[in-house]
Design a protein around this ligand. Structure first.
Ligand code: NAD
Ligand code: LMR
Length: 343
C-alpha cells in the first residue's frame, strides 16, 4: 500500500514492522548510471517500490554517497553500490531488470542524434556486460538516442547469443506521461483518468501522440491537435532550454522510468492486463524493425505487441506516421551498422 511504501509511521509500531516485512518485494533491479541526474531520483523511487527486494547502483563515478544516503530510508529494499568497471559484473548478478541510464545528456542547441557518438559506445559496453552477467534480465534503455541505442543493444545481444526481443525495451514512457499531463490541462480532465498512447520513436517528430485514441474520448480542434503534438515532440527540448546547459529532463524521466519499471515487474509477477507503450522489436510497421507502441507485459517481458491503436488513425496522425518513417529507419540502421562494423 502507499502507506508501507513511504514508511509513514502508524499508531501501532510493532504491527507496522511485521506488515512491512510481509509486503517486501522479490525482484532485483540494477541501475547502470545511478550517480547521474536521472539515476539518483530513479534510485529513490525504486527504493520505495513494494515489488523490489534489492537495488544495485552502478556508475563509473562513485555511488558511495547515494548508496549510504538511500540506505537510511526505512523501506525494505536493500541497496548496494558498485563503482567502476571492475564492479560492473557484481552489480548485475541476479538482476531481474537492468535499467541503463548511463551516458551524456543534451545541452541547448543539440539534437538527440548528437549524443550518438558518445552514448553508443557506453550502451554497447554495458549491454555486453548484461549479456555476460544477467542474460535473462529485462533491459530498460533510457540512454539517448533511444531510436538508435535499442537497435545497438539488440545487435550486441545477438552477437553474444543472448538476444530475446521480449526482454529489450526503449523507455518511451516520458512521452506518455507528458501527453497525459498536457491533454489533461488542455481539456480540463482529471489527470488520473487520462491515457494517451504515444507511438513511433523517441526523438522530435518520430514521437507521435495518438490523440484520436486518448481516453477518456475527447474532441480536439485542429489547432489543439497541432499544438499538443508539437508540445509532446518538443518537450525534451523545452526542458533542455529551461535548464540552460545543466542537462535534460531528470525528475520527470525518473518518474516515467519508475512507472515503466513497476509495470514490467507487475508483468513478471503475473498480473493480468499490464499495458504500456514502449520501443521494442516489432512488426506493426513492417519497414521499421523497432517501433514504439502499446505492449502487453507478462512473465517473460513483452507478451504481445498491440498494434491495434494504429488502426483508424486521424488523417493528421496517419500523415505523421508516414513522415516519421525515413528518420526512424535511418536511426535504426545507424545503430545496427555501428555494431556490425565493429564485429
Ligand atoms: P548525467 O550526465 O547526469 O548522468 C549520466 C551518468 O552516467 C553519470 O553519472 C556518468 O558517470 C554515468 N556514466 C557515463 N558513462 C558510464 C559508463 N560507461 N558506465 C556507467 N556509468 C556511466 O545524465 P542524465 O541526465 O542522467 O541523462 C542520462 C541519459 O538519459 C542521457 O543520454 C539522456 O539523454 C537520457 N535521457 C533519456 C530520456 C528518455 O526519455 N529516454 C529522458 C531523459 C534523459
Ligand atoms: C527527453 O525527452 O526529455 C529526453 O529524451 C532528453 C532530451 O534531451 O530530450
Amino acid at each position: 500500500s502507499a502507506t508501507l511504501r513511504w514508511g509513514v509511521p502508524r499508531p501501532r509500531a510493532a504491527k507496522r514492522v511485521i506488515v512491512a516485512q510481509a509486503g517486501a518485494g522479490s525482484y532485483k533491479v540494477a541501475i547502470l548510471g545511478a550517480a547521474g541526474g536521472v539515476g539518483e531520483p530513479l534510485s529513490l523511487l525504486i527504493k520505495m517500490s513494494p515489488l523490489v527486494s534489492a537495488l544495485h547502483l552502478y556508475d563509473i563515478a562513485t555511488v558511495n554517497g547515494v548508496t549510504a544516503d538511500l540506505s537510511h530510508c526505512n523501506t525494505p529494499v536493500e541497496v548496494a553500490g558498485f563503482t567502476g568497471k571492475e564492479e560492473l559484473a557484481g552489480s548485475l548478478a541476479g538482476a531481474d531488470v537492468v535499467v541503463i541510464t548511463a551516458g551524456v545528456p543534451r545541452k541547448p542547441g543539440m539534437t538527440l542524434d548528437d549524443l550518438f557518438s558518445t552514448n553508443a559506445g557506453i550502451v554497447k559496453e554495458l549491454v555486453e556486460a548484461v549479456a555476460d552477467h544477467a542474460p535473462g534480465a529485462l533491459i530498460h534503455i533510457i540512454t539517448n538516442p533511444v531510436n538508435s541505442t535499442v537497435p545497438i543493444a539488440a545487435e550486441v545481444l545477438k552477437w553474444k547469443g543472448a538476444y530475446d526481443p521480449r526482454k529489450l525495451f526503449g523507455v518511451t514512457t516520458l512521452g506518455v506521461v507528458r501527453a497525459n499531463a498536457f491533454v489533461a490541462a488542455t481539456k480540463g480532465l482529471p489527470l488520473a483518468d487520462v491515457d494517451v498512447p504515444v507511438v513511433g520513436g523517441h526523438a522530435g517528430t518520430t514521437i507521435v501522440p495518438l490523440l484520436s485514441k486518448a481516453r477518456p474520448k475527447a474532441a480536439f480542434t485542429d489547432e489543439e491537435v497541432e499544438e499538443l503534438t508539437a508540445r509532446v515532440q518538443n518537450a525534451g527540448t523545452e526542458v533542455v532550454e529551461a535548464k540552460a546547459g545543466a542537462g535534460s529532463a531528470t525528475l520527470s524521466m525518473a518518474y516515467a522510468a519508475a512507472r515503466f519499471l513497476e509495470a514490467s515487474l507487475r508483468g513478471l509477477d503475473g498480473d493480468a492486463d499490464v499495458y504500456e507503450c514502449a520501443y521494442v522489436q516489432s512488426q506493426v510497421v513492417p519497414e521499421l524493425p523497432f517501433f514504439a507502441s502499446r505492449v502487453k507485459l507478462g512473465r517473460e517481458g513483452v507478451e504481445e505487441v498491440v498494434g491495434s491503436e494504429l488502426r483508424g488513425l486521424s488523417e493528421y496522425e496517419a500523415r505523421a506516421l508516414e513522415a516519421l518513417k525515413p528518420q526512424l529507419k535511418a536511426s535504426i540502421d545507424k545503430g545496427i551498422a555501428l555494431v556490425q562494423q565493429q564485429q
